[in-house]
Ligand binder design. Sequence first.
Ligand SMILES: [Zn+2]
Ligand SMILES: [Zn+2]
Length: 169
Amino acid sequence: MVMDLREIFAQTGGAMPVECNVNLSDAEYNGTICMPNPVEVTGRVFNRAGVVNFEYTANFAFTAPCDRCAVEVSLDKSESFSHVVVTQLVNEEDFDGSEYIITPSMTLDVDSIVREDVLLSLPTKHLCDEDCKGICAGCGVNLNEQECKCEKEIDPRLAKLRGLLSDQR
Ligand SMILES: [Zn+2]
Ligand SMILES: [Zn+2]
């Protein structure tokens, strides 16, 4: 969706709701499609004291394999974003790369803004649980579901120690 913001720029105090779905079904995370369903965008564009703002919340389901155990986990995410929309940059130093949207044509390409914001908001680490035990490098079992099978092969030195400990009991 591309919005025409000429009216908003012209009218201090003016506001326009923004409600749309953005399709990010081609986005991948660790090689898998992570947002098969559309991202729901709810927000508004408004002119406060001559400064045009675009604020919105993106609600979406994020599905990806856990970084440690590879089990697919779906999380319901709600992320809020806020931008200042300008027709040109007055002061280069004000530019931090993300907060400002520069639109000489006074249009707002909601889809591409949402795409960039949402993709940047994705976690660098995705775990099914903070305490996920992962997969055993030795036997390959998911340690959240099963006991590791290779624990039975006890290191001979450890076996000796265990022997000593049991002798003391
Ligand atoms: Zn996990
Ligand atoms: Zn193991």
